[in-house]
Design a protein around this ligand. Structure first.
Ligand SMILES: [Zn+2]
Length: 80
């Protein structure tokens, strides 16, 4: 099982689909971890060993996906 907690937000770029087809998506998506599965925030696409055959790049860095940014901004409206 993967660790669910990281000190910094992780971002992912999905290079191929689960079937190995190249994607045209070059955006960096925020990684969320649900029930020990890593997913991109906007699409919920799973990636990582044991969860998907999709090839991907992952790093600590800046989110460039407009859909992920939209959701992040929505969450930032929540008063804690
Ligand atoms: Zn996204």
């Amino acid at each position: 099982m993967k660790a669910a907690n990281y000190a910094y937000p992780r971002v992912v770029k999905i290079i191929t689909t689960d079937d190995g087809e190249p994607t045209k998506d070059r955006r960096w998506h925020l990684v969320v971890n649900e029930a020990a599965t890593d997913r991109s925030l906007c699409t919920g696409d799973a990636f990582g060993i044991g969860d998907s055959g999709a090839e991907y790049k992952e790093k600590i860095g800046k989110v460039t996906c407009a859909e992920c940014i939209k959701t992040i901004k929505w969450f930032k409206r929540i008063k804690l």
